[in-house]
Design a protein. Structure first.
Length: 157
C-alpha cells in the first residue's frame, strides 16, 4: 500500500464523518412542535364546586428553529366546520406568536369563556389545532377525548 492510497482512504473517512455530521445537524436544526391537551376536572367541597373544569392546550417548541404560530383552529362535529379561537398571546406586528427553542404557549378554556367550543348550530368541538406561518398544522394530542370530557363537565358546572 502506497502513501497515496492511505491519503485517499483517510480523505474518504473524513468526508463520511463530515457527511454524517451534516445530516445530523440538518435533521436537528428545525422546529419541532408538540401540542398536548389536558383536562382538569372541577374541584369540589361540601358546599359545591370550588373551581371550574379546565381544558388546557399547550404548544411547545422542542426544535432549534423558531416557529411563528398564527392561528388556533377549533374543528366542530362531523361536518369539519372550522372556527378560530381568540388567542391570549402577545404577538408581533402581524399578530403571530414566536416560539423559540424550548418556549411554550398555554391556552386555557374554561366554562365562562369557551363559547368557541360550540358553533352557531350547536355542534360541539372535536379537535383543536394550531397553524404556523408556513401553513403547517399541529393537532393537539388526545384532543377529541379531552374536549368531550371537558364539555360534559362544563355542562354540570
Amino acid at each position: 500500500m502506497q502513501i497515496s492510497d492511505l491519503i485517499s482512504i483517510l480523505a474518504l473517512i473524513v468526508s463520511l464523518v463530515s457527511a454524517g455530521f451534516s445530516i445530523s445537524f440538518g435533521l436537528r436544526d428545525r422546529a419541532a412542535i408538540r401540542v398536548t391537551s389536558k383536562f382538569f376536572p372541577a374541584e369540589q367541597d361540601q358546599e359545591g364546586p370550588i373551581s371550574a373544569p379546565l381544558l388546557v392546550v399547550e404548544v411547545a417548541n422542542f426544535g432549534r428553529r423558531d416557529v411563528y404560530l398564527e392561528y388556533v383552529y377549533i374543528q366542530h362535529g362531523r361536518s369539519g366546520h372550522l372556527s378560530m379561537a381568540e388567542t391570549t398571546w402577545e404577538g408581533d406586528k402581524y399578530g403571530r406568536c414566536r416560539l423559540g427553542e424550548g418556549d411554550k404557549y398555554t391556552h386555557t378554556f374554561d366554562p365562562d369563556s369557551d363559547g368557541i367550543l360550540k358553533d352557531q348550530q350547536g355542534e360541539e368541538a372535536t379537535d383543536i389545532f394550531f397553524q404556523d406561518s408556513l401553513n403547517r398544522r399541529y393537532h393537539a394530542r388526545e384532543a377529541e377525548r379531552n374536549i368531550k370530557t371537558y364539555l360534559e363537565a362544563a355542562r354540570d358546572y
